[in-house]
Design a protein around this ligand. Structure first.
Ligand code: ZN
Length: 177
């Protein structure tokens, strides 16, 4: 299997997207090393700026992120990422998700987060992020807990968006696209 072979991205309402992922342990090293480059390739192709393992059907605490500043790849591969501090200040920005194609909504989250993770070489990393990166990190870590960006919306808005998605996916399946 080629390491850059693309992975199918699961869509709502797949049950993997609502499951809690488990911590990556010592026995998962090879799985994670094989999975991470394929997740990155899948994310770039989509295209997206973040992808969490549950979105490709793996319930491991693994996310990949790349905002591609200046169109140059600069990926983060985060094993067992954990938010250890958040700012009191909030920020609202429009979010979307590869598992809810073509659906977007404003989401309010802490403007700044401090995140810790392990990289593929096994060393501990720490970063304080703001702006788009902070939102993206929180969105991806949410996925590891079975949480989707629509869960941050009012029930009314969430149901509207989920109904629209179901309708669009049904139409797409019917048209055989
Ligand atoms: Zn997402």
């Amino acid at each position: 299997m080629s390491e850059t072979e693309l992975l199918p991205i699961l869509l709502v309402p797949d049950a993997h997207l609502r499951a809690k992922a488990r911590p990556v342990g010592a026995g998962d090293t090879e799985t994670v090393r094989a999975l991470a480059p394929r997740m990155l390739a899948t994310m770039y192709k989509a295209p997206g700026i973040g992808l969490a393992a549950p979105q490709i059907g793996s319930l491991l605490r693994l996310v990949v992120i790349d905002l591609q500043p200046d169109d140059k790849p600069s990926p983060f591969i985060m094993v067992n990422p954990e938010i250890v501090a958040t700012s009191a200040e909030l920020a609202t920005r429009e979010e979307g998700c590869l598992s809810l194609p073509n659906q977007y909504a404003d989401v309010t989250r802490p403007a700044e987060v401090k995140v810790r993770w392990t990289n593929l070489e096994g060393s501990r990393q720490e970063l304080t992020a703001d702006g788009l990166l902070a939102a993206c990190i929180q969105h991806e870590i949410d996925h590891l807990n079975g949480v989707l960006f629509v869960d941050h919306l009012s029930p009314l808005k969430r149901n509207m968006l989920l109904r629209r998605l179901a309708k669009e996916l049904k139409a797409k399946a019917r048209d055989g696209e």
